[in-house]
Design a protein around this ligand. Structure first.
Ligand SMILES: Nc1ncnc2c1ncn2[C@@H]1O[C@H](COP(=O)(O)OP(=O)(O)OP(=O)(O)O)[C@@H](O)[C@H]1O
Ligand SMILES: [Mg+2]
Length: 287
């Protein structure tokens, strides 16, 4: 199995333009701690051309929290335009840490993060949002006391343009949210809350949507439904980078899969190839 994450050249699916004006706005950080400002890491050479470079990539990332020990060790995660990349691995493997590193919430002392071939390693999370990134963290990803609609508005609170079209798109994607738009988000079911979190992230009109365990705590039916919606989002040209506990189901919809163990890349391949790999199956997919 190849360890080169970018060897395969599966083309984009249905890449239509979702953000023609390339507008991107700051996403609110509900309930979370203020992210620490990353110190610029020693940049690795930027890739020369866009053909084989993923649209978003954290390359050779090494780093941890504050002055603590490194959690990530030369970890590389990327996603191509309009594709779905999935990170799986045991609890504590560093999946969420890798997502936070890519979003600029961690000090990296090795490696680089690039979007569209631009080195953004030194940028704050807010400035990464301006570059087209949206991040739905594993926990505390909605404002429970606000209504569904207020949550969506918060997602777009710095947009100066008319957000009603984007909100309507979110409601088309998740019709239940329209029905419940005046209800406090905290009163919703787990699956509906995750819809709010994803919807809120989409309000920034991102180019890349990063989801940390979007199906945590939901039933298999709701999981399937959410995955269908995520595929739908990817088909509009938005790249999806997500962490999933439901490894088998997630790899089944993944163009690219990453198995992380102890902060390192253990296996990297297409979702299909990982699902077919006996060692991956035995160790990470329950046989
Ligand atoms: N804020 C933090 N400060 C210090 N260490 C942390 C912090 N968050 C996570 N860690 C440590 O980093 C390591 C990786 O944790 P991380 O949350 O990235 O794992 P994960 O793969 O997302 O696990 P899970 O499947 O349980 O979500 C763990 O050893 C954890 O204790
Ligand atoms: Mg996690």
């Amino acid at each position: 199995m190849s360890t080169d994450p970018y060897h395969d050249s599966r083309g984009n699916k249905d890449v239509s333009v979702t953000n023609p004006k390339e507008e991107s706005l700051i996403v609110a950080e509900p309930e979370g701690k203020a992210p620490t400002k990353p110190t610029p890491a020693k940049p690795k050479p930027a890739v020369a051309n866009g053909d084989d470079a993923p649209f978003l990539v954290g390359r050779g990332m090494t780093g941890g929290y504050g002055r603590g020990a490194d959690i990530l060790h030369d970890c590389t995660i990327g996603v191509n335009k309009g594709e779905i990349a999935v990170i799986v691995g045991p609890n504590g493997a560093g999946k969420s840490t890798a997502m936070k590193a890519i979003f600029g919430m961690l000090n990296l002392h090795e490696g680089a993060v690039l979007i569209d071939n631009e080195d953004i390693t030194g940028l704050s999370p807010q400035n990464r949002v301006a570059k087209g990134m949206a991040f739905v963290p594993q926990n505390h990803n909605i404002f429970t006391s606000l209504t569904v609609e207020e949550n969506l508005e918060m997602g777009a609170f710095l947009r100066r343009d008319d957000i009603s079209g984007t909100m309507e798109q979110v409601y088309q994607l998740f019709p239940i949210l329209k029905d419940k738009r005046r209800q406090a988000a905290g009163e919703l079911s787990g699956g509906q809350r995750q819809q709010v979190a994803v919807g809120r992230a989409l309000m920034t009109q991102p180019k890349v949507l990063m989801l940390d365990e979007p199906t945590a705590g939901v039933s298999p039916i709701v999981m399937d439904e959410l995955f269908d919606r995520i595929i739908e989002v990817a088909r509009t040209g938005i790249s999806i980078l997500m962490v999933e506990q439901n490894a088998r189901q997630a790899l089944a919809i993944a163009d690219k899969g990453y198995v992380l163990v102890q902060g390192r890349n253990r296996f990297t391949d297409t979702g299909e190839a990982l699902l077919a790999d006996p060692e991956v199956r035995k160790s990470f997919l329950g046989g």
